[in-house]
Design a protein around this ligand. Structure first.
Ligand code: BJ8
Length: 426
C-alpha cells in the first residue's frame, strides 16, 4: 500500500496498533502462501493487488460510495441476496472472519467450544480491526446454525446496526414461503435504509450484475477440469474469496481475463502441476480470508485442489437467477428460487449436497475428496459421516479433516494429508 490510509482507519474507529499487527501477519502469510507457487497465471497479479489493498483501496471505495449516499451492507452468509442490495444501489461486502483474533476477548462472550468462524467475527469486532465491519451501514446476520443464531443475540450490541434474517431449515413448501417472506422483509428494510424503491428495471440490473459474476466463476470452475490443472486450488480459492468484497463489474472482468489465459494454458497443456498429480475436491465449511491453511497443506503435499464444494466456492456460486420476470414480484420469486437451492448443511435432510460433490468429482476428473469441517460446527461435522460413507460407497476416496484456524495441528494434518495423497496415487 503506497497511500497512507491511517487517517481513514482512524475515522472508521479502528484500533491502529492492533490493526497494524493484523496487517503484518496477513502480509507475510500471503507472501509465504501465494507468492512462491509454481507457474502462476499472470492474471493473478490483479488478485495480488486486491489483497495488497484489501484494507486500503477497497475500503476507500466503500467510504467514497457512502459519501455519495450509497449504503454498504456487510454479510456473513451466502444466503444474503446481493441482487437486491445492488438493485437498491447498495454495495455488499463479505465479512470474512477467517482468522483468530482477540480470541480471549471473544471467549468472554462465547463458550470455548464455538466454531472458529463465529469467534473470528467476534474477535474482529471486539479488537476493532475490521474496516469492512466499520464501513458497513448495516450488518446482516442470518439464523442458520445454532452458533450463529444465538451469537447474533449478543453480536447486536457490538455493531451499530445488525439486521437478522430468518432462514428455513427444510426444503419444504413452508420453508420456501419463509424464505420468500424474509427476502421481502429484507428488501423493505433496505428500501427504508437507502430511500430507494425496487422496480423491475433495477432488480433486473442487480440480477444481471450478480449473474455475470457467477457466470465468470462457472467458467473458471469448468477450466479447472483441464489436466494438468491450469491454476492452483489456492489461487482459485483466493478468487472465490475476493468474489465477496470486490466491485462486481471489475471482479467479473478480472476473472474472465484470467479465464482467457487459462483457456490458452489448457490448449497448450500447460499447468501448475504435472499431469499425474492427484486431484482433490474439498467439501465442507466455508474458508474465509485469510483461512488458507488446509489448501496450503494439500498443495504442499503434491496434490492439486480442483474444486471447492463450499459457500466460498461452488455451493455459493452454482446457480444463476432467472431474469425473465416482468414484475418486482416475479423477479423476487426468481431470486427466492435461486437461493432456496443452496444446499447448506443447516438444511435437514440435505441430500443434494453429496450429489453435488459427486458431480464435481466426475466433472473435474478428481481422484478424491477432503471433507473440511471446522471444529464445533455441528451441521458440517455431523453431515461429514454420511457424506464420507456415500462417497466411499461410490468408490471415491474421502478424508475427513476437522480443524480450526490455529497452527498447532499443522504437522498432524500434513501427515494425514500425505497418507491420503499416497492412497490416491494408488
Ligand atoms: S449458507 S455454510 S455461509 S451458514 S462453520 S458459523 S455453519 S458452526 S458458515 Fe455458512 Fe451460510 Fe450455510 Fe454457507 Fe455455523 Fe458451522 Fe460455524 Fe458456519
Amino acid at each position: 500500500m503506497s497511500t497512507d490510509y491511517r487517517p481513514m482507519w482512524i475515522e472508521l474507529g479502528l484500533d491502529l496498533e492492533a490493526h497494524d499487527a493484523l496487517l503484518g501477519v496477513l502480509g507475510s502469510l500471503y507472501e509465504q502462501t501465494f507468492m512462491k507457487q509454481h507457474n502462476r497465471p499472470a492474471g493473478m497479479k490483479y488478485f495480488d493487488f486486491v489483497m495488497s489493498e484489501v484494507h486500503g483501496l477497497r475500503i476507500q471505495e466503500l467510504v467514497d460510495a457512502r459519501k455519495q449516499g450509497r449504503k454498504v451492507v456487510g454479510a456473513f452468509c451466502a444466503f444474503v441476496p446481493e441482487e437486491i442490495v445492488l438493485a437498491l444501489d447498495g454495495v455488499m461486502v463479505g465479512l470474512c472472519a477467517g482468522a483468530e483474533f482477540a480470541t480471549a476477548e471473544a471467549e468472554k462472550f462465547l463458550p470455548r467450544n464455538t466454531c472458529a468462524l463465529i469467534k473470528g467475527f467476534f474477535g474482529f469486532a471486539l479488537a476493532r480491526v475490521c474496516p469492512y465491519l466499520a464501513a458497513s451501514d448495516v450488518v446482516v446476520g442470518e439464523n442458520t446454525c445454532d452458533g450463529k443464531k444465538k451469537s447474533y443475540e449478543i453480536f447486536k450490541d457490538l455493531v451499530p446496526r445488525l439486521y437478522v434474517m430468518d432462514l428455513p431449515h427444510t426444503k419444504s413448501a413452508e420453508g420456501r414461503s419463509l424464505l420468500r417472506a424474509e427476502f421481502r422483509r429484507f428488501a423493505a428494510a433496505l428500501e427504508d435504509l437507502t430511500g430507494k424503491r425496487l422496480t423491475p428495471d433495477v432488480l433486473r440490473r442487480g440480477i444481471a450484475a450478480v449473474n455475470a459474476k457467477r457466470s465468470a466463476m462457472h467458467r473458471l470452475a469448468r477450466l479447472r477440469a483441464a489436466d494438468p490443472a491450469p491454476v492452483s486450488g489456492l489461487d482459485a480459492l483466493l478468487m472465490n474469496q475476493v468474489y465477496f468484497y470486490d466491485d462486481p463489474a471489475r471482479f467479473t472482468a478480472s476473472v474472465n481475463a484470467i479465464c482467457d489465459e487459462l483457456e490458452q494454458r489448457a490448449d497448450r497443456g500447460d499447468g501448475v502441476a504435472p499431469k499425474t498429480t492427484p486431484r482433490i475436491v474439498v467439501s465442507g465449511c466455508p474458508m474465509a480470508v485469510p483461512n488458507w491453511k488446509l489448501p496450503a497443506i494439500v498443495e504442499r503435499t503434491g496434490a492439486v485442489i480442483v474444486g471447492e464444494e463450499s459457500c466460498i466456492g461452488e455451493r455459493g456460486t452454482q446457480f444463476l437467477t432467472a431474469d425473465t420476470g416482468r414484475t418486482v414480484d416475479e423477479l423476487m420469486d426468481a431470486i427466492v428460487d435461486r437461493y432456496f437451492k443452496i444446499d447448506c448443511a443447516i438444511f435437514t435432510p440435505n441430500p443434494s449436497r453429496v450429489e453435488h460433490v459427486m458431480r464435481m468429482v466426475k466433472d473435474l476428473d478428481a481422484h478424491g475428496v477432503i471433507h473440511y469441517g471446522l471444529q464445533f460446527c455441528s451441521p458440517y461435522q455431523i453431515e461429514a459421516g454420511p457424506v464420507e460413507k456415500r462417497l466411499e460407497q461410490e468408490g471415491i476416496p474421502t478424508l475427513r479433516i476437522d480443524t480450526d484456524y490455529g497452527q498447532e495441528d499443522v504437522g498432524q494434518l500434513q501427515t494425514r494429508v500425505e497418507a491420503f495423497v499416497e492412497r490416491l496415487r494408488g
